[in-house]
Write a protein that binds this ligand. Structure first.
Ligand SMILES: Nc1ncnc2c1ncn2[C@@H]1O[C@H](COP(=O)(O)OP(=O)(O)OP(=O)(O)O)[C@@H](O)[C@H]1O
Ligand SMILES: [Mg+2]
Length: 448
């Protein structure tokens, strides 16, 4: 046998956990215990289990809910329920939902061990296939990050290194470069991956609302606080908190955040009882946070707390080699979504995409492809489906100076010919030298 079978016992009763752990350890199984569904998910983030022994009635997340969550995260888990006689109906329901079997309480350990042995045999049969799947599963957090260019591969490498730790990460990058995507990938590759990923857009809320969003509040804490409300710090407990646009938070909120990071506890607005919180912090900004530190609108100590492991995302222009791959990926995504039989992107449309400046980075590219898919009625995306330059060149160009119209027109023709100078010159009815001069004068980009 290569690897031993690993069992996770989840029961809110200490005596059950304790005795089953001792029993199965003596029988040669690696055995871990958890007192709640939440604790079980936290442990699952750190190691894989083959067999789950679940109590059905537990406070918080009950056994059935836990079964559903385990199934979302793991292929073919083997789950055995332990239930009081009174809830056998529930156990039968669990079987229908795919549980392996159940035992009734009080537990006869020998009967349970027989079941576990059967389950273990089934598990070993599955294992060969499974190890392959595990490898694939381990790659998946990064499969959504498209790109083969060096800058993006460097980013993926940083993510792989930092994900297994609890280190605070600061993600920098222009708008639309994928900061949130990266934050989610770090969470998904971390031991906290089965626990919540909670985002707060700090730039979108005025100070007071942001504070109540983060800390939560007790009933009656302020006018309009009709009910007690859990804050994002609490909701992220056990998981990852993503503070987007951190550069925008006020000095007061920075001070409060610092206190939470130092004391790892919070108090709801209007509350008195401190509540322990345990989250991994990822923050993002597209601004010049150092300038804000210099002008004293961002606390230096908070900056150092956040800037432990910076990841700087390249602009799309800095990795323009990835444009064809990204465009193809988004084309597939939206063609499937809108059920369009589009096979690919024409060479001239691709040339246009490669030359565009993409100030809005990957988001702008994604939006352009989505719109193009809407316009495309055939089986190939063409330049006319793309919104780029469309406004100036084809509509309402009467307000533009002649030189601007000429520049736009040349750029379009170049795009349509895939940057072929001779062909473009022919289309434009001028000779190649003239075209070269104009390209130089207008600073147009031509692919070599
Ligand atoms: N490398 C990538 N591969 C695939 N999709 C990407 C990549 N980078 C970004 N995207 C996609 O581009 C869109 C914008 O990314 P995201 O929201 O993460 O950017 P952001 O940096 O958070 O932007 P903002 O600063 O405006 O909030 C998303 O739909 C995301 O999935
Ligand atoms: Mg974002």
């Amino acid at each position: 046998m290569t690897t031993p079978i690993r069992i996770l016992v989840v029961d809110d009763e200490f005596s059950v956990r304790d005795s089953l752990q001792a029993w199965f350890r003596d029988s040669g199984y690696e055995t871990e215990v958890a007192a709640s569904g939440k604790e079980a998910l936290a442990k699952m983030g750190r190691q894989r289990f083959d067999i789950f022994l679940l109590d059905i009635k537990m406070a918080g997340m009950d056994g059935l809910e836990l079964q559903e969550t385990i199934k979302e995260h793991q292929e073919n888990p083997i789950i055995i329920f332990m239930t009081a006689y009174a809830s056998v109906d529930t156990a039968v329901r669990a079987l229908k939902l795919g549980a392996f079997d159940y035992v009734t309480k009080p537990i006869d350990p020998e009967e349970l061990e027989r079941l576990v042995r059967n389950a273990a045999e089934r598990r070993l049969l599955q294992k060969e296939n499974l190890s392959l799947k595990v490898q694939i599963e381990e790659l998946t957090p990064f499969k959504d990050i498209i790109g083969e260019s060096q800058p993006i591969q460097d980013v993926v490498e940083l993510i792989k290194n930092v994900a297994p730790t609890d280190t605070t990460v600061l993600i920098r990058g222009e708008s639309g470069t994928g900061k949130e995507l990266v934050a989610r990938a770090i969470h998904a590759a971390s031991p906290r991956r089965f626990m919540p990923f909670v985002t707060v857009n700090c730039g979108a809320l005025p100070e007071g609302l942001l504070e109540s969003e983060l800390f939560g509040h007790e009933q009656g804490a302020f006018t309009g606080a009709q009910f007690r409300h859990k804050g994002k710090f609490e909701l992220a407990d056990g998981g990852t908190l993503f503070l987007d646009e951190i550069g925008d938070v006020s000095l007061k909120t920075q001070t409060d955040l610092l206190r939470v990071l130092q004391e790892t506890e919070i108090t709801r607005l209007g509350g008195t009882k401190p509540i322990k919180v345990d989250f991994r912090l990822i923050a993002a900004t597209n601004g010049d946070i150092e300038a804000r530190v210099a002008e004293k609108s961002f606390r230096e100590d908070v900056y150092y707390r956040l800037n432990v492991f910076p990841i700087v995302l390249p602009s799309l222009k800095a990795r323009s080699g990835d444009i064809p791959m990204l465009a193809g990926y988004f084309l597939q995504k939206y063609a499937r979504k809108m059920n369009r039989p589009i096979r690919g992107i024409s060479a001239s449309a691709m040339a246009l995409l490669s030359q565009h400046s993409w100030l809005g980075n990957v988001r702008e590219l994604e939006n352009s492809i989505e719109r193009a898919v809407i316009f495309c009625k055939g089986d190939e995306l063409l330049p006319e489906h793309l919104p780029l330059h469309r406004s100036a060149a084809s509509e309402g160009s009467s307000g533009l100076p002649l030189s601007e119209v000429e520049k736009i027109h040349i750029q379009r023709v170049l795009a349509e010919t895939g940057g072929n100078i001779s062909k473009s010159a022919r289309v434009l009815g001028i000779d190649r030298a003239t075209l070269y001069n104009k390209i130089k004068r207008y600073g147009l980009l031509v692919r070599e």
